[in-house]
Unconditional design. Structure first.
Length: 188
């Protein structure tokens, strides 16, 4: 049975699932149509070194770069409308391949063309991230965001990070403005 996390709660994935080598992050949300346009949320992943920066642009994984430089992360593609049940976008992570210079992996959701369309996370409901064992499909933990973030178009929803030889996950739920470009500027 999966553990439901609260905001800022940390969870040791490899203690829960000994021998865990591959995970996938399933992210989902329910969107609305605002100002005549369907809201388009996008998942982006920043693989960060000790200095909290991406060591090279190939460690920024998103809809235009689906594979990390070390081959450890693979974004499975862009879902433009959030339609349907379950995960809207997924990112597969091979924990054994993550470069040793990477200490944390941030999972972010941004709203495409938010400023032009007048869309914010105040218009997005039931956002979640779930970490699953890729080999057997078991959901290990889940974080469902219960906050509305009107005025914000960027959300850091969770992070994977190294803790000695273990991998842990932290539910974050930290929202900002400025879209994907502001996150790229901050982490590169």
């Amino acid at each position: 049975m999966a553990i439901e996390l609260k905001k800022k709660q940390k969870f040791d994935l490899t203690k829960k699932e000994p021998g865990l080598k591959q995970v996938f992050a399933g992210l989902g949300w329910d969107t609305n149509t605002v100002n005549g346009k369907k809201i388009d949320c996008d998942v982006s992943v920043f693989m960060l070194g000790e200095n909290a920066k991406v060591p090279a642009e190939e460690y920024f994984v998103f809809y235009n770069n689906l594979l990390s430089a070390d081959g450890a992360l693979r974004h499975t593609g862009d879902n433009r409308d959030g339609a349907g049940e379950g995960d809207d976008e997924t990112v597969e992570v091979d924990l054994m391949k993550v470069s040793q210079e990477i200490v944390q992996i941030l999972f972010c959701v941004t709203i495409h063309e938010s400023e032009e369309r007048g869309h914010t996370f105040g218009d997005v409901n039931n956002s979640f991230i779930r970490m699953c064992n890729k080999l057997n499909g078991n959901e290990i933990c889940r974080f469902t965001l219960n906050e509305q973030f009107g005025g914000c178009d960027s959300l850091i929803i969770g992070r994977l990070y190294r803790s000695i030889s273990e991998w842990e996950f932290e539910a974050m739920g930290s929202a900002t403005g400025g879209g994907l470009s502001a996150l790229v500027e901050f982490y590169t």
